[in-house]
Design a protein around this ligand. Sequence first.
Ligand code: DHB
Length: 315
Amino acid sequence: MIATTLGPLKLDTCIYNASGPRTGSTDALAKISASSAGAVLAKSATVLEQNGNDLPRTWQSDKVASLNSEGLPNKGIDYYLSAEAIASANGKPYLVSLSGHNLADNLAMLTKACKVDGIHGIELNLACPNVIGHPIIAYDFDQLRDVLTAVQAHEGLKASKKLFGIKMPPYFDGPHFEKSAQIINDFDCVHFVASINTIGNALVIDSEAEMPAIRPKNGLGGLSGPAVKYTALANVKKMRELLHPRIAVVGVGGIESGEDVFNMLLCGAQAVQIGTCHWIEGPKCFDRIAVELQEIMQRKGYTSIEQFRGKLQNW
Ligand code: DHB
């Protein structure tokens, strides 16, 4: 009832995890695969293992928002491409996320990922706000074009025929939506766009301490959770309108209920990812949210998501 496809991949449910919280180890990935999640997406990887920024580097409020500036702590790309990592997905579509320090690193990781049979898809993260000294790639449209030009020319990706997509930052202005979609549309190598990453460079203050709630970047970090869901919905809707129909949109940002997924699907999402809610509630959130989505569909008489996907009504 809530199955979907992403390129050649069949997902039993259209709901899976965002790269980020609870995705760094094979244990965590195995717990996702044991839930109703339709796919398993690993933590954003760099070429080598790294520890990330100083602690404290995350903050969460009760149910409203969370903030992180982790600085890409991860076990390095080889770990996420290993037989153990693939086995942890337990037969579900398994995707890796690449977030290198520069284009050369991303291309080197892409080369590796393309050679591994059990990797079903690759998400290139063009939206990390938390690496000190590195601006968000997809806010620089020249750089966005340069990265996609290099990926499109990548022989290994072409030969592997693997699902390839990009994780995008939120946009807030009409011309920015149009410009980024126009660039992406020029590249056949892009099969999906995952919108949105966190809203970069937000600040949470601890009033008692009269200090920022997190330490890195003088307190600035990526905002996520329900506070960003309306921005995420707008980004999914705009991207769906502006991107070529061959490019799927994966909705991500603040989803915490079946109704949130339903709204993402109305805006045209082909699938959704869940980050903050997975972090707070654990992988049972995928079971709960899948049930909630099915209850809404039953009440409305829908038997598949294609019956309402992208069909948000106009006034
Ligand atoms: C981190 C945060 C992100 O939003 C992201 O896309 C990748 C990494 C981090 O701080 O670790």
